[in-house]
Design a protein around this ligand. Structure first.
Ligand code: SAM
Ligand code: SF4
Length: 481
């Protein structure tokens, strides 16, 4: 599956080995898609599919490729299971709650399928990257027709052919090198904001996390392929591009081209056009001063930084295998703010990691109070079978973890509200991205949600807004003439 390609970057020709799916394999999938489309046409109707996505932006981006492949197979789309000829459930494995929800919802589809006997059901995504979970899905849910892991996503037309035309089951979860499929068709759900995956997988093996086991090792896309995709998006009128990866800061390490994430970001920001560039997620171990410097010197790079810290305690960070300590993390925040006083920080934190003491939890609270994030995603630790942390003794009762979670939330909510109140009276450039009921929705450069009055014609435009009100979660603004 390894193909050799020549990359031309800044005038240097470098021969690189990169894990790309060969074009002939992708062509074969395209031919199968055409066959399926013809098959549906011979039935005299246009089939519809429902793609249901759980979890993070990476899954959202994968679902856009799933829709792209299905569209090529002749499918239109619906937003629920009842009418669907095909259901694709794109799953998340990050916490047990998400896993149980998927099992419950897939179980309930047995009734939908009874009402619609020709309906086909596929389950894919991170849960299917775990052999125990995919095995349980296969053995206990006979109404599921197809199962494939993230490594086998690009072969969806083949899986569908097997199920639809050959009346067999499809089960594609074998471990693979997870090569990258360039040029898959995409149906984007949003006309203004686009996700662009720049890399797949993760090498960090944080001791609590299942991602490296279900998505495989880090694989970076080639800079030219990413730049081409971004150029195409800008030409198509997209106003916001978010670069995605589990740890974007280690982008390019596997390529050995001497192009790191900061270099890539700068190259994209230098493209012509009126757009804003975001990225997520950053790992503090690999976040460099150079990255902050690039952000500071490029106007098109949003002044927003999602930098998960997970815990404020050095002992817990070590047990989490995070490879940085509290002081190093705080130094990054300080440097970022020194370079860009307007920089908005957000973060992820885990409460109740095995063995976390009350004092260690208080260190997390104090870090939050010190940094004062605009927003924080707070999670209660969820043991993931097969990860090192799941084997650690965890004497803290559930009620105590809930108490810590509630306390953290209360501290952060007060901070978010204060920070949001500080925006009142300021005039900010925002991108209007949609409508929620009576009001338009928009995002500031720092990623804060603003609601404002205005016509639909403003959607997709950058406008200046004076902030007139604030809540814990969002801002209210008035458009300036
Ligand atoms: N790669 C990103 C990172 O390291 O920041 C994001 C990974 S994950 C999709 C998003 C967040 O889920 C993590 O930052 C972490 O806070 C949380 N998370 C991951 N595993 C977890 C677990 N077992 N229990 C609770 N939260 C978890
Ligand atoms: Fe999971 Fe850590 Fe990788 Fe993020 S960096 S995906 S938390 S292993």
């Amino acid at each position: 599956m390894w193909s050799s390609i020549i990359l031309s970057l800044e005038g240097t020709d470098l021969e690189r080995k990169t894990p790309l799916i060969p074009q002939e394999d992708l062509r074969r999938q395209a031919e199968i898609s055409d066959y399926i489309k013809g098959w549906w046409q011979s039935q005299g109707r246009t089939p519809v599919a429902w793609v249901d996505t759980y979890g993070c932006q990476q899954n959202e981006a994968d679902s856009e490729q799933i829709r792209g492949m299905l569209e090529r197979c002749g499918y239109g789309f619906t937003d629920g299971p009842d009418e669907a000829d095909l259901i694709v459930i794109n799953t998340c494995a990050i916490r047990d709650h998400a896993v149980q929800r998927v099992f419950g919802n897939v179980g309930a589809l047995v009734h939908t399928k009874r009402r619609h006997p020709g309906q086909k059901i596929f389950v894919c995504g991170c849960m299917m990257g775990n052999p125990e979970i995919s095995g349980r899905m296969k053995n206990s849910y006979p109404h599921v027709d197809g199962i494939f892991s993230p490594h086998h996503l690009w072969q969806l037309p083949e899986h569908l052919y097997r199920v639809l035309i050959r009346h067999r089951k499809a089960f594609a979860v074998a471990d693979s090198d997870g090569a990258i499929a360039e040029g898959l068709p995409v149906v984007r759900t949003n006309k203004i904001k686009a996700w662009v995956s720049i890399m797949y997988g993760c090498n960090n093996f944080c001791s609590y996390c299942i991602v490296p086991y279900v998505r495989g090792r880090e694989r970076s896309r080639l800079p030219e392929d990413i730049l081409d995709e971004c150029r195409g998006l800008i030409a198509a009128g997209y106003r916001e591009i978010t670069l995605l990866g589990q740890n974007v800061n280690s982008y390019g390490k596997d390529l050995g081209l001497g192009v790191d994430f900061a270099d890539l970001l700068a190259k994209i920001a230098e493209l012509d056009g009126d757009f804003v560039l975001r990225f997520m997620t950053s790992h503090p171990r690999d976040a460099s001063h150079k990255l902050f410097d690039v952000m500071a010197s490029h106007e098109k790079i949003a002044k927003q930084f999602h930098l998960p810290f997970q815990s404020g305690s050095d002992r817990v960070l070590k047990a989490m295998n995070r490879h940085y300590n509290r002081a190093q993390y705080l130094e990054l925040i300080e440097y970022g703010r020194k370079r860009m006083p307007e920089l908005v920080f957000t973060s992820d934190v885990i409460v109740g990691f095995p063995g976390e003491t009350e004092a260690e939890f208080e260190e997390t609270v104090s870090l939050i109070e010190q940094v004062r994030y605009d927003a924080l995603f707070t999670f209660i630790y969820s043991p993931r079978p097969g990860t090192p942390a799941a084997k650690l003794p965890d004497p803290t009762p559930k009620e105590e973890k809930n108490r810590r979670f509630d306390r953290l939330l209360a501290v952060q909510n007060a901070i978010s509200e204060e920070r949001h109140r500080a925006y009142v009276g300021k005039t900010l450039r925002v991108l209007v991205d949609g409508r929620d009921g009576e009001l338009l929705t928009a995002r500031t450069d720092g990623g804060r949600l603003v609601r404002l009055e205005g016509p639909d014609g403003l959607i997709g435009r950058f406008v200046n807004v004076t902030i007139t009100g604030a809540t814990t979660w969002s801002l209210v603004g008035r458009k300036e003439e």
